[in-house]
Design a protein around this ligand. Structure first.
Ligand SMILES: NC(=O)C1=CN([C@@H]2O[C@H](COP(=O)(O)OP(=O)(O)OC[C@H]3O[C@@H](n4cnc5c(N)ncnc54)[C@H](OP(=O)(O)O)[C@@H]3O)[C@@H](O)[C@H]2O)C=CC1
Ligand SMILES: Nc1nc(=O)c2c([nH]1)NC[C@@H]1CN(c3ccc(C(=O)N[C@@H](CCC(=O)O)C(=O)O)cc3)C=[N+]21
Ligand SMILES: [Mg+2]
Length: 301
């Protein structure tokens, strides 16, 4: 039986829908006043079924926001040369304001090389070394969508994060490290934990804010959580459910954590939808910057 929930459940799905609504309004204005339609190109190499699901859902939500969606599905044996040539074409295409190359790429492709070949101004994932450097030095950057989504949820809940103790579990380039930078930018006191961290439960117990991005199903336990803390669960883990069907679970043991936390994001319906909403927001932001027009407010770091 599920335990009684005492934490406030953070509705990422509803918040993401609100952001997409604001994105759609901004897009409508760009079209009406300037004749510009923001465009997002998504590149998928190979046939990973989970990636295909995300790419489909990104395309659908891009169109629903009134933007153009360009999907490029390449076979798994695509060469680096071919992929770099496609990115170069998208860089040069004035109808494309945002470019996302779905990760992970097949092993024979160097993802650093490919990501760094994207025009930083069109790098809506914020993974280009130039955007990483801009974020790290507090300059205007394209900010990675998942950490940006987490930050917007935290700001909505807490207003100011100043002086709060934040523990980020995970140090990947796509989630953990940029998340830590954003929290630091909002004046939280930030700890980054990883697989070599000693006594992780004790480190997590100090946190007013826990961001879990480990990729290990239900690893973070309720008795690691400081009573009243805010728990942001980035994890998306597909595990076999009781009837053979896949179920999604996060990196946090939701049942136990929800009894202790003050607020917690569910999986699904938490961070995931925010990621896509921020991708759309970043695309509009990139389009506005490219055309010297005012950006949507409150949707960037
Ligand atoms: N909701 C969304 O939109 C998104 C969700 N995700 C999900 O978020 C999760 C993390 O993704 P990502 O950052 O790409 O994953 P990575 O595998 O790239 O990074 C995982 C991090 O967790 C750390 N880690 C692994 N095991 C432990 C452990 N036992 N104790 C402490 N730390 C540990 C690793 O440490 P070390 O560096 O020492 O190896 C590493 O830094 C995944 O579940 C992924 O599916 C990812 C992107 C978007
Ligand atoms: N270049 C690149 N950029 C990414 O942003 C990127 C990527 N590669 N590779 C894969 C990860 C993963 N990711 C997710 C996006 C949306 C949901 C999402 O919408 N999740 C729904 C559920 C979806 C489902 O049911 O499968 C939810 O949590 O409610 C999840 C995960 C983006 N990623
Ligand atoms: Mg358990």
């Amino acid at each position: 039986m599920p335990a009684e929930t005492t934490a406030r459940v953070i509705d990422g799905k509803a918040f993401a829908a609100k952001i997409r609504g604001r994105v759609a309004e901004h897009v409508a204005r760009l079209k009406a006043e300037h004749g510009i339609t923001p465009g997002l190109a998504v590149v998928l190499v190979g046939e990973d079924p989970a990636s295909s699901v995300y790419v489909r859902s990104k395309g659908k939500q891009t169109l629903e926001a009134g933007m153009n969606s360009f999907e490029h599905k390449l076979p798994p044996e695509t060469s680096e040369e071919e992929l770099l040539a496609l990115v170069a074409r998208l860089n040069a295409d004035p109808a494309v304001h945002g470019i996302l190359v779905q990760l992970p790429l097949p092993k024979h492709l160097n993802s650093d090389l490919v990501i760094n070949s994207i025009d930083p101004a069109k790098d809506v994932d914020g993974f280009h070394i130039s955007n990483v450097g801009l974020l790290g030095t507090g300059q205007k950057a394209m900010v990675p969508c998942t950490p940006l989504g987490c930050l917007l949820l935290l700001r909505d809940l807490h207003g100011s994060l100043s002086g709060m103790n934040a523990v980020v579990i995970g140090r990947s380039n796509i989630v953990g490290k940029p998340m830590a930078q954003l929290l630091l930018g909002d004046s939280a006191t930030v700890t980054i934990a990883h697989s070599r961290t000693k006594d992780l439960p004790e480190v997590v117990r100090r946190a007013d804010i826990v961001v879990a991005a480990v990729g290990r199903p239900e690893m973070i336990q309720g008795d690691w959580i400081r009573p009243g803390a805010t728990v942001i669960d980035v994890g998306i883990n597909r595990t076999a459910g009781p009837n053979g069907k896949d179920v999604l679970v996060g990196d946090v043991d939701y049942a136990s954590a929800a009894q202790v936390a003050g607020a917690i994001t569910p999986v699904p319906g938490g961070v995931g939808p925010m990621t896509i909403a921020c991708l759309l927001a970043n695309t509009v932001t990139a389009c506005c910057r490219a055309n010297g027009l005012p950006e949507p407010e409150g949707l960037a770091a």
